[in-house]
Design a protein around this ligand. Sequence first.
Ligand SMILES: *Cc1c(COP(=O)(O)O)cnc(C)c1O
Length: 391
Amino acid sequence: MSQSDSRLSLETRLIHAPGSESLPAAVPAIHRATVWRVGPENLESVDGEYEDLRYPRYNDGPNPLEVGAHIADLENAEKGMVTSSGMAAITAALLSNLDQGDHLLVSKDLYGGTFKLVTKRFPKLGIEHDFIDPNAPETWTSALRDNTRVIYVETLGNPLVTMPDLEAVASFAEQHGLVAVIDNTFATPIAFRPLEHGFHLAIHSATKYLNGHSDVLAGAVVGGAEAMERVDAHMCIFGGTLDVQSAYLLQRGMRTLNLRFRQQCANALALAEFLESHPKVERVSYPGLPSHPQHERANELLGGLFGGMLSFEAAGGWQGARRVLQRVRLVCHAASLGGVETLVVSPPKSSHAALPADVRRQYGIADGLLRVSVGIENVDDVIDDFRQALD
Ligand SMILES: *Cc1c(COP(=O)(O)O)cnc(C)c1O
């Protein structure tokens, strides 16, 4: 199949990617070449732009092209592009829309790397920002400036798995002529397709759920054709192109995304319910629980798929959390997320260590907080492991 048929369901389109037509194989081939012959039939391209000639850093290889197009197809975007990491995707998406003297509004619930990019690097480039509470749209107008160009949020925020008022973000962007950019890593196209809700650019750390096997570093940006042309032009110069082998592994890993993600959602809900009932747990943050402040909205926008990420506060502060980290056996104490294995980590000691302690507490990130990326093991084994570690 050359062009994926949008009448087919998402599950089917995951398996039958818009593919390379040149080979009869049912699965993608790996094309390692970094040099392509122009050939007499393509001689006109020499008269055009230098970029019209193929060169691997322009993302011209079949594997990166195919997987970028596949991700775009899944999110109902016109164009998609893969990058060497999620941060390369975020950098390209933001810097293709922000110049010196520009300003962006950015959610306070932010991935650590993005937080550093916006607060540490952007000021040196003359790009200003204001943090917004993604659940208080009535406060956004006062943060707006003449030079505001972008509004940036995450579908599900780190580490408390909060959900912004996404429809308000898209309509605010529309109303004020801003580019709405969203990091859709935690939701995946299985649960949420941002372009359908008015976002202009969506980003993934494909290192996480899209690849799903904890063996690839990659990112992706998808969006409308015009916006993507700008992103592409920037990314090719920044050099954040994805290498062929990783692109191939991502193509392979993505085929099981639907199965993995649905199991992770089911396991996460079961684990969240268990943790909420445990006496040594102070609080559980999972959008699938009725106790979550954005449960209703998440239910509506994510179609009942609340993701595989949750966090909980162990009794006894950091010391209590530390004991859990020491005692888990099956569950792996590690950073990262979205793979088939269950991981646990302390956000105040890792992703959010850069935040001053008082800001952290103000954001609700307690010292005893632990974030879990739920895998696809039998969830009873995962629950048993947390039970013995907590007991
Ligand atoms: C991991 C992550 C990133 C960064 O991705 P890398 O592939 O590590 O560069 C960005 N956003 C979110 C939500 C992430 O979890």
